[in-house]
Design a protein around this ligand. Structure first.
Ligand SMILES: Cc1cc2nc3c(=O)[nH]c(=O)nc-3n(C[C@H](O)[C@H](O)[C@H](O)COP(=O)(O)OP(=O)(O)OC[C@H]3O[C@@H](n4cnc5c(N)ncnc54)[C@H](O)[C@@H]3O)c2cc1C
Length: 285
């Protein structure tokens, strides 16, 4: 289906973009267009103004500081993340996940900001950003505010963004010695969407001090696996502990069942992905 006719604006500044987004009844930011244009072609959303943020200089940069913390502009593409040397050194999993999106065309156009703001339950980045303890920097008609990654996606295709607001950048805290990150997804076909996913952050110095285990592909927002985290905290990471803790990923989740995978299969595979992500995060894999 072809796009309906609509207005298109390419602002020069963030302030201009915010003012345009806030000023129109049905305006949307356009980044890589890899999801939004399909939504519009399918008439799944009514939009009469596209505000193209993909070339805003401020949204296009990656900054990696000496301590390993990083700030990613919202309009940085997957391809740019994958090939950013300093980011690969400081946050290898972010670069790896960006490079793991199957389609090179999508990697060259799609952006990390668009990925999070689209908030598809199967989107790659939201669970990883929650596990990493990321902060999202938002700007809008009422000024700037920060949103913790865990509060940003509020449901399927829903975020904490208010009318007229724009995601500017994403901050990642530095990884310390003893920190590990794991990320595992199950795809049934090579180019299909994932049906189960776990991102895990583990801080361990002899025993596990902190663990953030985040489940995706359940049908809604990424979900913290509190029961898994509880079983890990204060314990020495061993293969047996990780296996036992991963089984608790099935507690408190209500996965969607659809044409891609039944609810029971998603639940079982969520435990398997959690086990593998924990093995990776602790270096025991
Ligand atoms: C063939 C194909 C395969 C794909 N496979 C995967 C996959 O395996 N995993 C995956 O995660 N994704 C996948 N995607 C989706 C892809 O990653 C999209 O690029 C991404 O979801 C949206 O990013 P975008 O930059 O294209 O955003 P757009 O499509 O331009 O926008 C998406 C939404 O985010 C909003 N938005 C964008 N930027 C901002 C901003 N800075 N502030 C506020 N709102 C903003 C837009 O208004 C819109 O609502 C695939 C897409 C295609 C076409």
């Amino acid at each position: 289906m072809l796009l309906r006719s609509l207005a298109y604006l390419r602002p020069d500044t963030v302030a201009e973009a915010v003012s345009a987004l806030a000023g129109a009844e049905h305006a949307r930011a356009l980044a890589g267009g890899q999801s939004l244009l399909n939504v519009l072609k399918h008439r799944a959303a009514a939009v009469d103004l596209l505000v193209d943020v993909s070339r805003l200089e401020e949204l296009r940069s990656v900054e990696v500081r000496a301590d390993g913390s990083a700030r990613l502009g919202a309009a940085v593409t997957y391809d740019e993340l994958e090939h950013h040397d300093a980011l690969r050194a400081a946050h290898p999993k972010v670069a790896e996940v960006a490079g793991g999106l199957v389609d090179q065309q999508v990697r060259c156009r799609g952006t990390i900001g668009g990925n999070v703001c689209y908030a598809d339950p199967a989107s790659n980045f939201p669970p990883l950003l929650v596990a990493l303890g990321a902060t999202l920097h938002v700007t809008g008609p009422d000024g700037d505010r920060d949103v913790a990654a865990g509060d940003f996606v509020t449901g399927p295709y829903r975020t904490a963004l208010r009318r007229g607001e724009l995601l500017r950048a994403i901050s990642l805290p530095a990884l310390d010695d003893g920190d590990g990150v794991g990320y595992r997804s199950l795809q049934v076909g090579r180019d299909s969407w994932a049906v189960a996913r776990t991102a895990a952050f583990v801080r361990a110095n002899g025993t596990i001090g902190e663990a953030r285990v985040v489940l995706g592909c359940l049908g809604g927002a990424p979900q913290r696996a509190a029961a898994v985290e509880e079983r890990l905290r204060g314990r020495e990471p061993t293969p047996e502990l990780l296996h036992e803790a991963a089984q608790a990923a099935a507690e408190g989740i209500d996965p969607v069942g659809d044409a891609h995978a039944g609810a029971g299969y998603r639940r079982a595979m969520t435990c398997v992905m959690t086990h593998r992500a924990l093995l990776d995060a602790t270096g025991l894999g």
